[in-house]
Design a protein around this ligand. Sequence first.
Ligand SMILES: [Ca+2]
Ligand SMILES: [Ca+2]
Length: 399
Amino acid sequence: MHASPRPIFVPETQKNRSLKVWKAKTTAAILAGILMGVTSLKAQQVWPGDVNNNGIVNNVDVLFWAFAEGTQGPSRPSTSGDWAPQDPSEPWPETFPGGLNFAFADCDGNGNINSADLNVIRDNFWQTQGVVSLDEFLAGTVGQDPQLLLDTDDQITAPGADESARLSLGSEQIQIDSFFGIAFTLKFDTLNIRPTTNMGGNAGIQLDLDNPTWINDPMGMGTNRSEVFMEVLDDYAVAQVAIYRAPNAGAASGFGRIATFSIVMEDIIVGRIDLDTDSIRMVNNEFLSEVSVAPSRLSFATAEDSLLLKDRAPFLPDEAVKLYPNPADGWLTVELADTDNEIQAVDLYNAQGTYLGRLNAPRPATAIRFNLGKYPKGLYFLKIKTKKGTLTKTAARMP
Ligand SMILES: [Ca+2]
Ligand SMILES: [Ca+2]
């Protein structure tokens, strides 16, 4: 892994290794199922698409379906994906952690858990039955837990513009040891983002996995892949997303970019446009949620409304920061031209745009240096945050 010393990075945060008991699947029916054993499945009706049997069909069900995908078992007396209670099959041999039977993942009841069942989830998406037991999410803390981060190169947008928002998970300091999948909600601004149901096919929000990444074909061999599911609910101003490992892909581990949202702005933009990652549940290869994930927010505004981007500092001119020597084979100095200004932080990215970490300015300073020599040769981007604004510079690591 990354065993080389990183003396000037923020010290690795003590990863929160305490087991966070996953308390999902809280319906009385499931509790009864656990207490009474799998035979109680006999008594339970299956609502096609509600894989975790909590009363609502959503992206968490996609995560459950994905974990069971490829399994075969007894079929139901009648095979139907209609949103109505279906008589259950005999119990399947496999269960999810907590005891929920895999039979619930066979949405159409034909004895195979495959893509046809995902279509049933889509068909019945957002349907509810009975008393809904809300899915539980554990919100992580930025700096302590891995973050599901949205970011972009330029937060200034324009009416009708196509924008992209990068999605990354974890960082060099807080890596993901075992990734099977993640379900989360993207909250967005229906006033300023074009509806996805818009006629003409000009979808307001799309999501594509990046390739190659640590979760998707990392060796560029067409294997070891992940898959993405998204259902945009314009009326609720949310997109429900699940990203999960393809069948037999095994666990992934690592950090950094995973996907990109493509967003189409409305022809009239009013105010600030916020995108939030929210209601996040990540599961490991045992389908346990042992790690909480921190949410994030990305804002866009038009140039006239750019003051609304409160966190956004103005861009500095290129000559405001000097990098030397550049290229470098060892220590690189980052120096401000304006001695009244202060460096607050420097974020380091490689040429592929992967976030490598924050170079820690021990106290506000007009110059800091760090050892670029410990990174592989190539180009690096330094996003330099100062009291008076931000600037991105390119540094080259000499062969
Ligand atoms: Ca459900
Ligand atoms: Ca099926």
